[in-house]
Design a protein around this ligand. Structure first.
Ligand code: COA
Length: 377
């Protein structure tokens, strides 16, 4: 038996250094490369923030033009990947479809196995751009609709909405999704990012790290909480049903999706921005039901259990107001987090050390081998 104290779930363990983002649980602050999230939300675009995360500084105008050009030029899928997508079973979980598709993108990337920092950066541009094309394609194929090619001249967010819905979004809708992408672009050593870094630590390739990260994000204690939060709002159905729902959930010892956080000891600093955006979208759509249920639930769960909302709570109504099907919600999170995952792969590869913790063995020892015909039946 190990004498080292075991931190289940690595809670409180500092597993490495990063300059990409800081999740300050005590002060409830999130910082990207020195900028508090409130400085960026609603001011910087996802294009600027993805550059910031990957290069460590906000781009100049010419750098942004070049970066945007690279993203635009990388959006289209290779014909083989588009053909593969069409053969996949569309009843499958969209995160599983995305995981398969990103892995396939890697098969056709000419630099798949080149792991210099510059090569990883080039792959990151391609993968960030293509992920939103894949997610829009998954959304359309699930309903039997034809795929829509990416459109030049639109922002990352506007292009996504246009590929998904087959029409250009309003400026408010495009800005809402852009801000969502910014707010979810990175978040310290969360489970999926740590997964990407662990894979990179073995000197495996960029696409293996991203594919593994998608698998990690798929879980309901991580990325799937936004989807579960929307299912919860749908189950509640109206603001009047909030209280009975809260009482029943407490009685059944179940969890409220979109509440609680391992690191933040107060409210998630992203939540208030998402709430404001969700309300704005609801007001423009003259449909405040989902916002009203959310607000009432936020208050009721706080009163009943003292739990704060996290990033996933208002993400749910925000994405719903953008016409995004609930089943696609976690893939939206993945679109945003592609920038953060990529930045962490680069940072890990730049100063690598194999990630290999110890385990406290609690099983038996010194057993003797018993031939099969002498074992109890
Ligand atoms: N609903 C109800 N109770 C919750 C809760 C939630 N969403 N989150 C935490 N709690 C309660 C637990 O039941 C536990 O209470 P207990 O000590 O009386 O048993 C206590 O708070 C601590 O929970 P624990 O699971 O140890 O906290 P954690 O740090 O491991 O969990 C989460 C963090 C995010 C996994 C957890 O808050 C959760 O499951 N949230 C819902 C899923 C979600 O929104 N995930 C997205 C995270 S960004």
């Amino acid at each position: 038996m190990s004498v080292e104290p075991v931190r289940k779930g690595l809670e409180g363990v500092v597993a490495g250094e990063t300059s990409i983002s800081d999740v300050d649980g005590q002060r409830c602050q999130l910082i990207y490369q020195g900028y508090p999230i409130g400085e960026l939300a609603g001011k910087a675009t996802y294009e600027e923030v993805s550059y910031l995360l990957l290069y460590g500084a906000l781009p100049s105008r010419s750098q942004l033009t070049e970066w945007t050009k690279q993203l635009e030029a990388s959006r289209a899928l290779e014909p083989q990947v588009a053909s593969l997508l069409k053969t996949l079973p569309f009843g499958a979980d969209p995160m599983a479809l995305l995981r398969t598709a990103i892995s396939a993108v890697g098969l056709y990337d000419p630099e798949a196995d080149q792991e210099t920092i510059e090569a990883i950066r080039r792959k990151a541009v391609r993968a960030i751009a293509k992920t939103s094309t894949i997610v829009a394609a998954i959304g359309r194929l699930r309903t039997g609709a034809a795929l829509i090619a990416p459109q030049m001249g639109l922002s990352h967010a506007a292009n996504f909405l246009s590929m998904l819905h087959g029409r250009e979004p309003t400026a408010q809708q495009a800005q809402a999704l852009d801000a969502y992408f910014v707010l979810l672009a990175d978040h310290g050593f969360n489970a999926s990012t740590f997964t990407a870094r662990t894979v990179t630590g073995t000197q495996s390739d960029y696409y293996s790290a991203i594919t593994a990260a998608i698998g990690s994000l798929k879980g309901s204690l991580h990325g799937a909480a936004n989807r579960k939060a929307m299912e919860m709002l749908t189950e509640i159905g109206s603001a009047e049903q909030v209280e009975p729902y809260v009482q029943k959930t407490l009685a059944d010892h179940k969890r409220f999706m979109g509440f609680g956080h391992r690191v933040y000891k107060g409210e998630d600093p992203r939540a208030k921005h998402l709430k404001l955006i969700a309300r704005g979208l609801g007001e423009s759509a003259h449909e405040l039901t989902w916002f009203a249920i959310s607000e009432r639930l936020q208050e009721a769960v706080w009163n009943a259990k003292g739990l704060y909302i996290n990033v996933d709570f208002y993400s749910a109504s925000l994405l719903h107001y953008l016409g995004i099907p609930t089943e696609l919600f976690t893939t939206m999170f993945a679109c945003a987090r592609m920038a953060g995952w990529s930045a962490h792969v680069i940072e890990q590869a730049s100063d690598n050390r194999l990630i290999r913790p110890l385990a406290a063995y609690v099983g038996p020892r010194d057993l003797r081998f018993v031939p099969i015909d002498q074992r109890p039946t």
